[in-house]
Structures are given as C-alpha cells and as structure tokens.
Design a protein around this ligand. Structure first.
Ligand SMILES: Cc1ncc(COP(=O)(O)O)c(C=O)c1O
Length: 491
C-alpha cells in the first residue's frame, strides 16, 4: 500500500503550481484590463464569433490539458475576442458595466476562501462587511434604520424580490392573486413583466400605463387606471416606477407617484437598476428626489457602482416586509439558529430566495474601501456631465443642418436620437436608414452604440441611443462618438 503522502491529490495543487497559475492568469487579467481603456470598442460578433466559439470549445477532457494553464489562458484570451466589451471606454450600448479591477481581486480572494455567507452566523464578520455596503446604499437613497436589503445577482432578481414582497404584504399566503393588479409604465424594463409572471400574478393584471412626451409615466393615466380597476372589482397593490428607463433613461415623476401611492395605499417599487447609482453624486441626488418615499428600490451595483456583472441590490424601506416574504427555516440549519436564538442577524437567506450564494459583498466593499466613496460620487457626476456634453454635440450637429432628431434628452446619462424622417418616407425605409447609420458608426470600432424601437404614429421607429456609464469613459470618448456619428452621416 502506498504511503498516504504518496497518494496523488490532483485537486490540491502545490504552492508552486498555484503560484504559476496565479502568475499566468494574473498576467492575462492585467493585459485584458489594460485593453479596456484604448482597445477596440467591440470584439467579433455574429459568424466570426461563432467561428471562434467553435475553435475554443473542445469538450471537457478526461485528463489535464496538455498545454496546461498557458493553453487555458490562450483559449480565454481568444474567447474574449468574440464578445461585446461593456467594460470598455468606447462602450455606450445597452447599459455599460465597468468591472473594477479591485472587484476582480475581491472575487479571487472570496472564491479562494469560499466562506459560506448565506446565513449570517456562519460568517458574521463577512456578513458585516456586506451589511456595511447595504447600509451605505440605504442611507444614500434616504432610507432610515428600519431598511433592510440583500445583494442578488442583478436587477431582474431584485425586481422579482420586490414584487414578491409587495404581494406578500398585500395578499400574504392566500395563494389567490387573481385580482392582484400591478401598474408600471409602457417603457419599464421587461424584467418587471417577468417578475409579475414569476410571482404568479396573471399578466392580464399588469397595466402598462402610457408615458408623456419625455417617456415618463403619465400620472393622470396611472390615477385613472387604478380607479377603473377598483371599480371593476380588482385589487391594485403595486406600482413599479422607473428611475432611468433602459430605452431612454427616463425618470418617472417619483414625488407625484409616491403621493398617489400613499393616498391609494399602494406599494411603490422604484426600478433604479440603471439610474440609482446617480444618487451618490449631488447632481443625480436632486434628480432622484422622491426615491426615499418608495417602499422598495432595485439598484444594480454592476451598473452604477461599476462592479462586475452578477451584483444587484434590493432595498426595502421597512425591512420587516422583506423578511416576512422570504423567511424560512429547516432542521439542518438548527446549528446556525443555536448561535443566534433571536434570529435577528440580517441573513441574506432571510431576505432573498438563495441559501448558498457567492459572497457578493466583498466585490462591492473592496473597491469602496480602496477608492473611497468620493471617487464614486465624482465618477457618477462626471457621467451626467458627459451625457450633457454628448447632447450639446448633437445640438451643434443639428444646428449645422445634420438631419438628426433628438428623441429623448438626457434626464440622466442616456440620450436617444435618430435620423429625421423624410417627407412621406415609408417606416421600413426610415428604419433601414437608421440601422445602416448605426452599423457605419459601430464598424469603425472606436465606439459601440445600440438601438431600440420607440412608438411613432404608424409603428415603431428604429432609434439609436447612447448610455454613458462606464468608469473608463471620459470626454475624449464622447467626442470620438460624436465624430463617428458625423462620419457615419457623411458616408
Ligand atoms: C431599468 C432596468 N431594470 C432592470 C434591469 C435588469 O437588470 P439585470 O440585467 O441586472 O437583471 C435593467 C438592465 O439593464 C435595467 O436597465
């Protein structure tokens, strides 16, 4: 029989091997990170990307890769070529996501230690760091000491948590949600529809209330819809307002909606997944006034706090409701309970759907500690200024007779615009011209923009949008974007 020390333990590599892996993968991470400020704004997409996917994917081997960590790193490097670059300086598409380097290091450390943070008593100090982050955010949004929150994978899950919490408060465990009625705007993120459906509320009871000319929820239409539903015997219980819609960055009139919800006894949830981060800066805080009156708030640190994807946050003003909607216990958890008989510690599992979870707290906490909150406040105010700079540049192009129409001005850091429609032009033709313009802009690969469709009298109009939210994006990138828009017009 071999001595115990001779038994191979391939899943426990030696320190020398681990150092080698760290060095190769660390170099890869640094090299990739350095490309974000000045590399191409987009990688290969479509057929070229599918080809790369074919090349890097070879199934899972029974034995270690012959080329070891270097070969694995090469494949990762190659895979990175076939992707959008939401963390890049020239990325203005969808909602940019920066991925701070400090967060990547936090993930490395958290993963290497792999402590269990689902239940607070299992790692109280780590949970305290996460609670510090949640308290910081709660305070920034204007919530008091009764607020509780949870870090989830993103805005979609946070919106689901909010709908479930509001539903629990209104209907408890009755299981009868047939009359439960929800209101949001026609411009809300589709994760709201999804949350309503996943929460077991009939989609026929979701009202997508009309918006005004600036794509903000129309308060009078909301009031009328609630009244009509009450008359029809339905049970209105929830309004989901947006603090920064994905399409145009529209800010619903929060103080007015909060007033209506207070009078009508409706839960107000604000989806601030995109826009919430701006509350950190003086410029954004004023624009988001009223958000402190919401019963719950979705905010995505993987957008507005620049941390890597997979980090959303749900905050609830009266944390007892969040807890009541998610509380659960089991015999095999009794050892945790024995450490805290009061069950007072704000365990993530008591505030969200997960038990085991990645330790998300560290990837928000570490950058806040290393950079300090002020760096975030300044960066977020800078993004508002950059959107205003972009808008001024578009105005200048219009004054110089470029055939551009600004469809939605920057309420936060998003601007929507398109080529003007020619007299009598068919919708398809107009849309095709705008799509071709977008292709020409993106083909230069200095900036990357995305599009959406917005209603016009005869259908949906293809509309370009610029969303400024990358921490690496600065004035020179906005100016480059304007140059490429103009060049795309000329071509
Ligand atoms: C306004 C808004 N709500 C919700 C979401 C969904 O967030 P996530 O992609 O983190 O699930 C997004 C995503 O962009 C968003 O912009």
């Amino acid at each position: 029989m071999p001595a115990m020390s001779d038994v191979p333990r391939p899943l426990e590599p030696s320190r020398t091997v681990r150092e080698r892996w760290l060095s190769v993968l660390g170099d890869l991470a640094l090299e990739q990170e350095e490309r974000l400020a000045s590399g191409p704004a987009v990688g290969s997409l479509g057929a070229a990307a599918a080809q790369i996917a074919e090349e890097v994917g070879s199934g899972i081997p029974e034995e270690p890769l012959p080329g070891g960590v270097e070969e694995a790193a090469d494949r990762i490097r190659r895979a990175a070529e076939a992707a959008l670059v939401p963390s890049g300086a020239g990325y203005f598409a969808f909602v940019p996501g920066t991925g701070l380097f400090a967060s990547a290091l936090a993930d490395l450390v958290a993963g290497a230690m792999n402590r269990f943070t689902g239940v607070t008593t299992a790692a109280p100090a780590f949970n305290r760091l996460e609670a510090d982050v949640i308290e910081f955010l709660s305070h920034e949004f204007g919530y008091g000491p009764d607020a509780r929150g949870v870090l989830l994978s993103g805005g979609s899950l946070a919106n689901l948590g909010a709908v479930v919490t509001a539903r629990w408060k209104a209907f408890g465990d009755s299981g009868d949600f047939s009359r439960a009625t929800v209101y949001t705007s026609a411009q809300a993120h589709h994760s709201v529809d999804k949350a309503v459906r996943l929460a077991g509320i009939p989609l026929r009871n979701l009202r997508q209330v009309a918006v005004d000319a600036a794509y903000r929820l129309d308060l009078a239409a909301l009031r009328d819809a609630v009244a009509a539903d009450r008359t029809a015997g339905l049970a209105p219980f929830l309004v989901v307002a947006s603090a920064g819609t994905t399409n145009t960055g529209a800010l619903d009139p929060l103080p007015e909606i909060a007033g209506l919800c207070e009078v009508e006894d409706l839960w107000l949830h604000v989806d601030a997944a995109y826009g919430g981060g701006f509350v950190l800066g003086p410029g954004g805080r004023e624009r988001l006034r009223g958000i402190e009156r919401a019963d719950s708030i979705t905010f995505d640190p993987h957008k507005g706090l620049f941390v890597p994807f997979g980090t959303g946050c749900l905050l609830v003003r009266d944390g007892r409701h969040l807890r009541a909607a998610h509380d659960a216990d089991a015999h095999y958890l009794q050892d945790f309970t024995a450490l805290d008989r009061t069950r007072e510690a704000p365990s993530p599992t008591l505030h969200g759907p997960e038990l085991s979870r990645s330790y998300r707290g560290l990837r928000v906490w570490l950058p806040l500690m290393l950079h300090g909150a002020r760096a975030f406040r300044e960066a977020l105010d800078e993004k508002l200024d950059l959107a205003a700079r972009f808008e001024r540049g578009l105005d200048a192009l219009c004054q110089a007779r470029a055939p551009i129409e600004i469809v939605a001005r920057a309420q936060l850091s998003t601007v929507a615009f398109r080529l003007e429609r020619r007299d009598g032009e068919a919708l398809d033709n107009w849309n095709a011209r705008n799509a071709a313009w977008l292709d020409r802009i993106n083909a230069r690969r200095r900036v990357f923009l995305s599009s959406t469709s917005l209603p016009v009298v005869d259908g949906e109009a293809f509309t370009l949008r610029v969303c400024v939210l990358g921490a690496r994006t600065h004035a020179e990138h906005v100016d480059r974007c304007l140059e490429d828009l103009e060049a795309g017009l000329a071509e």
